[in-house]
Design a protein around this ligand. Structure first.
Ligand SMILES: [Zn+2]
Length: 106
């Protein structure tokens, strides 16, 4: 086997690894996008049920959300939920879940 063939093999492996990485990244982004859509729809639903016009929601309006850790129900501001906050009923639940996931949420 010549030097150049070996080099080609190495490049092939790097390309393969990069492709795998991109696929993982794509999958992760897709899941995040799905989660955001789900939250938005949930917010819209609850606003509709409580008779609030979602296009002109006052910042202070709250909706019921189930905690991402203990599954308890609590109220969070719509503005926060839309920003991806308000997922946990308390700071300790947030901390526990973050530890579990092994990466940081805001
Ligand atoms: Zn909780």
């Amino acid at each position: 086997m010549s030097y150049y063939t070996e080099l080609d093999d190495d490049l092939g492996q790097i390309e393969e690894a990069e492709r795998d990485f991109r696929e993982l990244e794509f999958e992760r982004n897709r899941k995040l996008a799905n989660e955001k859509t789900r939250i938005r729809n949930e917010v819209k639903n609850q606003l509709k049920l409580s008779g609030v016009n979602s296009k002109n929601t006052p910042r202070g309006v709250k909706i019921k959300v189930s905690c991402g850790n203990c599954k308890g129900t609590f109220e969070a501001r719509v503005a926060d939920v839309n920003r991806g906050w308000g997922k946990f009923c308390s700071k300790s639940c947030k901390a526990k879940k973050q530890k579990y996931n092994g990466y940081l949420h805001r």
